[in-house]
Design a protein around this ligand. Structure first.
Ligand SMILES: *[C@@H]1O[C@H](CO)[C@@H](O)[C@H](O)[C@H]1NC(C)=O
Ligand SMILES: *[C@@H]1O[C@H](CO)[C@@H](O)[C@H](O)[C@H]1NC(C)=O
Ligand SMILES: *[C@@H]1O[C@H](CO)[C@@H](O)[C@H](O)[C@H]1NC(C)=O
Ligand SMILES: *[C@@H]1O[C@H](CO)[C@@H](O)[C@H](O)[C@H]1NC(C)=O
Ligand SMILES: *[C@@H]1O[C@H](CO)[C@@H](O)[C@H](O)[C@H]1NC(C)=O
Ligand SMILES: *[C@@H]1O[C@H](CO)[C@@H](O)[C@H](O)[C@H]1NC(C)=O
Length: 476
């Protein structure tokens, strides 16, 4: 009865009301509205899923950048953009070297060496492709009345490009001096007939190693005696000035500090590609400009220059190997660290089977330390490589150290002299800057490399300028 009453009495009222209020058009509208709400609900649900997914990497990046910035970026203090005086100093050093090597002039076209002496790179002169019309900087030594030797610089330039050459704003105290040629002239003969050579019949030119062959041949077939880069002239760019060392110290320390900051934020399952992206963005937060970044986990690291696709996921017990370079004021960093992520405990659990990896990690560090002790003035480049290599060979891993110990670096990441066991001709001089980067690579198993930057001092062993050596796999 009660049920009958409640169900029978209000029901007609409701259905009457419904019928009167919800016309077919309203019903349609309601259906559409319901559909929209339904779609929106799933969209929101999907969004919250993907934002949860994305936020893991965003959190990683925020953690890394915040940790990096919290260091105060003190390392930047040793760097300044090279001023005009720096370029004058470099050109005058070159002038003295030309006198010592008995060369009449040094000739270079836009590229790394041109930018070292006059701040113009190849793409800054010609963005589309290397230009077939020679644009040459010609540096001659000049002896002043008080005996000082200074550089006197001229530019061989197509006539229609002369104004553009001036607009480059190259770092000179005065207007640049030019020798111009028309499109139908021979540029080399034009240079040879210029008054700067005086009575010299066949001026002796030293061409830079980046000089293209057709220009070197053009010069040698049109009156000049041409020789390749060597001797004191080559040593000028190899011996870094105080300002260059200040920039190299800043950019290399800043790169190592970025790895250390990023490491603290690593999590299980992150991929090599994600680590690379976050590390690059971390370095950018201090104004560094990354230009290569090799990130390799576990057995991927057995290939020293990478080669896998970067999708490997990080697991406890995997070594992380990172070899990375950035630019600051045109100068390169090039450092490498091999380490454990923070979620892998120290000391490692016995079942993790990392005894061999741990001992190789220490072995490579010992080899690096031996190379630093051997990096003294007047030592040969070969002897430094051999010092590190002997440590690794004595431990039975000689066949797994497959590359040279290191190279010099400056505006290029790889510069001469090169530290390999055959280079007995190159002697170390104070102010030279080298990488020391021994490694052990066991294919299918693991790879370990430590790379730091060192300056050869006036006496004693070399000084590290990359933020201090690694201490252990948890303190890289
Ligand atoms: C060198 O060139 C850079 C731009 O490429 C410029 O910022 C800098 O001021 C130049 N240096 C000098 C001394 O002109
Ligand atoms: C020689 O003169 C130049 C230019 O006047 C000056 O810059 C230089 O310091 C002088 N060198 C010596 C050794 O006095
Ligand atoms: C450079 O050499 C040219 C040609 O010998 C000469 O005319 C000019 O005065 C020199 N420039 C300087 C700044 O000494
Ligand atoms: C432990 O690692 C070594 C290489 O370091 C490997 O040869 C060996 O098979 C591993 N043992 C186990 C139980 O995984
Ligand atoms: C290196 O050799 C040069 C000349 O050969 C010498 O003047 C210099 O004292 C040597 N330096 C050291 C630290 O032995
Ligand atoms: C690195 O060199 C600095 C001097 O620049 C020195 O104080 C520091 O002890 C060195 N660090 C390591 C780890 O050798």
């Amino acid at each position: 009865m009660k049920g009958q009453e409640t169900s029978s009495l209000p029901a007609p009222a409701v259905s009457r009301r419904t019928r009167s209020r919800w016309t077919p058009a309203a019903r349609l509208a309601l259906a559409i509205l319901t559909f929209i709400v339904f779609v929106e609900f799933w969209k929101q649900l999907g969004n919250s899923f993907s934002s949860k997914f994305l936020s893991k990497k965003s959190k990683f990046q925020k953690c890394s950048i915040d940790t990096y910035l919290a260091t105060g970026l003190e390392f930047l203090k040793t760097a300044e953009q090279p001023p005009l005086e720096e370029y004058i100093l470099r050109r005058n050093n070159l002038a003295k070297a030309l006198v010592e090597d008995e060369i009449d002039a040094f000739v270079v076209e836009p590229g790394y060496t041109f930018s070292y002496y006059a701040n113009v790179t190849q793409p800054q002169w010609e963005v589309w492709e290397p230009e077939e019309r020679p644009f040459l900087m010609v540096l001659r030594p000049e002896t002043l009345s008080n005996g000082s030797i200074v550089a006197n610089t001229s530019f061989l330039v197509p006539h229609f490009e002369e104004v553009r050459a001036r607009l480059l704003g190259m770092p000179f105290e005065d207007e640049i001096s030019t020798v111009v040629y028309e499109e139908h002239w021979d540029p080399y003969t034009t240079l040879w007939t210029a008054p700067m050579w005086g009575e010299k019949l066949s001026p002796k030119l030293m061409v830079d190693e980046e000089m293209r062959d057709f220009i070197a041949r053009g010069l040698s077939m049109n009156g000049f005696t041409v020789v390749g880069l060597s001797g004191e002239v080559e040593a000028v760019r190899q011996i870094k000035t105080e300002r260059e060392i200040g920039i190299l110290r800043a950019v290399n320390t800043g790169t190592v500090e970025a790895i250390r900051a990023m490491r603290q934020c690593l999590y299980r399952g992150v991929t090599e590609n994600e680590v690379q992206e976050v590390l690059d963005n971390t370095m950018r937060a201090s104004g560094l400009d990354p230009f290569f970044d090799i990130v390799e986990f576990a057995e991927s690291a057995a290939l020293p220059h990478g080669g896998h696709d970067g999708t490997r996921k990080l697991k406890p017990g995997d070594f992380v190997l990172i070899d990375v370079g950035s630019h600051l004021y045109g100068y390169s960093s090039d450092v490498c660290r091999t380490f454990y992520p923070p979620f892998f405990p120290s000391p490692p659990p016995p079942e993790s089977n990392v005894t061999e990896k741990m001992s190789v990690w220490q072995l490579v560090l010992d080899a690096q330390a031996a190379s630093v002790r051997a990096m003294v003035p007047n030592a040969t480049a070969a002897s430094v490589d051999i010092a590190a290599r002997t440590v690794i060979e004595d431990a039975g891993y000689g066949e797994y150290f497959t590359h040279r110990l290191g190279h010099s670096l400056g505006i290029k990441a790889h510069e001469s002299p090169y530290l390999n066991k055959g280079n007995v001709a190159s002697k170390l001089r104070p102010g030279m800057v080298f990488t020391s980067e021994p490694g052990v690579y066991v294919l299918g198993k693991f790879g370990v490399r430590h790379e730091d930057i060192l300056v050869v001092k006036d006496d004693g062993e070399a000084e590290n300028i990359s933020g201090g050596f690694a201490k252990n796999p948890w303190t890289p």
